[in-house]
Ligand binder design. Structure first.
Ligand code: SAH
Ligand code: F3S
Length: 459
């Protein structure tokens, strides 16, 4: 048996890409994905360049691999993802023992690149080739009741700090019918919850079979009709293109969870302006207020960057004030790092590292306290969860997720047969990273008929 090990850094889109790549290499070369690198015949790194630390990790991994490869000269080493896209041939200049280099849009070329690398020398392909990738990947194989589904690639927002438009290219959406077909296939394989992925999913514009373009709200409506799919999420969105139709989807689509990740980055208009986000703090707050009218108890999480060039103490306090006002759920926050090739990299990175770290720690402490408060407020309530696995630390417990994406562990009478079913649990305790619950009721299993046809949206 020949094997491939894939190490994935970064976002969920990279995770999705890695699993599709594994499917592809299984089909093309019979390679079986293994969880450890030691016995692998092919070792691939799917890299991330969003922040400084992410790309540094790639080069320190590669440094370690030099000796590793001397002991295993037959192993082919490949680097893909966003660092590969930015650095291209330079990866091989820094690490000549790398055999192949591919970008986020040339995943489908990896089988050919492997053949080429085996026959001759190194093979590099990091072009942007719209849609070719999705047209050339095999249909996915589900691993459990939750799955990711990429609906678009790239980003055309060009926020001044962000490398994504340069590494993944401009936005392009997968055709509407292809997305539905993939979702129906996943449902047939036991998937009950789908997370639609894209850097900017709410800019989705997919061509339908009748030539008309459909937006994210319409896509969600059709996905809601697929038998077996009980829950839908999407990430990430940009506040600027979060329109009324999408807000309306939260009012009338029961399967769309009451949880939204909507990055704000900063609570200061001056900083938002320099970040080229295209919206003000007030506009962001107005969007959330409208969302709360559509779905009263929606939980919102966000992303922050602290220490952006020119961020003053007052700017930072404005971010802290926004956090206090909005009471975000568990969010992500990062110290700014200049990314090569982005407009912000031309600004002086003038907030000292120690100040960035101190602000980050303060922000994270408050945000964590809010998230804990939300968890504690859930104690005593009943929640609908999707049971997705047996709890890792055993004792017969099962584990599931609430709509606001919290893990609930509970005594699993019924055992693993319940995995993939929706259930109601009562929350009895809030722990730092999970909730503890008791089973109240379980829903019947769904067995989709698999004859999904694209006719009209269900009512
Ligand atoms: N598509 C998403 C963001 C993708 S990047 C959006 O709409 O905002 C994920 C997060 O990484 C961003 O939201 C931002 O908070 C952070 N990030 C991106 N570039 C960064 C940089 N140069 N320094 C620090 N954090 C950064
Ligand atoms: Fe990056 Fe802004 Fe797009 S953060 S991914 S350029 S929306």
């Amino acid at each position: 048996m020949r094997t491939v090990y894939i190490k994935t850094y970064g976002c969920q889109m990279n995770e999705y890409d890695s699993s599709r790549l594994a499917d592809l290499l299984h089909e093309s070369h019979g390679l079986v994905r293994v969880p450890e690198p030691d016995a692998a015949d092919v070792l691939l790194i799917n890299s991330c360049s969003i922040r400084e630390k992410a790309s540094e990790k790639l080069f320190s991994d590669l440094g370690r691999l030099q000796e590793w490869k001397t002991l295993r000269p037959h192993v082919l080493i490949g680097v893909g993802g966003c660092v590969a896209s930015q650095e291209g041939e330079d990866i091989r200049r820094r690490a000549p023992y790398v055999d192949l280099v591919f970008g986020p849009q040339t995943l489908h070329k990896v089988p050919d690149l492997l053949n080429a690398a085996r026959r001759t020398a190194a093979a590099v392909d990091v072009r942007f080739v719209e849609m070719e990738k999705f047209d050339n990947l095999p249909m996915p194989r589900a691993e459990g009741p939750r799955a990711f589904l990429s609906i678009m690639e790239g980003c055309s927002k060009y926020c001044s700090f962000c490398v994504v438009p340069y590494t993944r290219g401009n936005e392009f959406s997968r055709p509407f019918d292809d997305v539905l077909a993939e979702a129906a296939l996943l449902a047939g394989q036991g998937v009950r919850e789908i997370t639609l992925l894209g850097q900017n999913v709410n800019a989705y514009q997919g061509r339908r079979h009748d030539g008309r373009m459909a937006d994210l709200a319409e896509l969600l409506e059709y996905l809601s009709c697929i038998e077996g799919i009980g829950r839908l999420r999407f990430t990430t969105s940009h506040p600027l293109v979060f329109g009324d139709r999408l807000i309306g989807a939260f009012a009338h689509l029961d399967k769309l969870v009451g949880h939204l990740h909507l990055p704000v980055q900063s609570g200061s208009n001056a900083v938002l302006e320099r970040m080229k986000r295209g919206h003000s703090v007030e506009e962001y707050k107005a969007k959330i207020a409208r969302l709360r009218l559509a779905r009263r108890d929606i939980s919102v999480s966000t992303d922050f960057i602290v220490g952006f060039p020119g961020e003053t103490e007052d700017d930072f306090e404005a971010t802290m004030a926004l956090i206090d006002e909005m009471r975000f759920d568990l969010s992500y926050s990062f110290a700014y790092s200049p990314r090569p090739g982005t407009p912000a990299a031309a600004l002086a990175d003038d907030v000292p590292r120690a100040v960035k770290e101190e602000r980050l720690a303060r922000l994270q402490a408050v945000n964590l306290a809010h998230a804990r408060h939300i968890s504690e407020g859930m104690v005593g309530t009943t929640q609908r969860i999707l049971i997705d696995r047996e709890a890792p630390r055993g004792r017969g417990d099962l584990s599931g997720r609430t709509e606001n994406n919290r893990v609930v562990n509970f005594p699993g009478e019924g055992g693993s047969a319940l995995v993939g079913r929706f259930a109601t649990v009562r929350i009895v305790e809030a722990r730092p990273n999970s909730l503890r619950g008791e089973l109240v009721d379980r829903e019947d299993p769904v067995r989709p008929s698999l004859d999904y046809t694209l006719t009209e949206r269900c009512s």
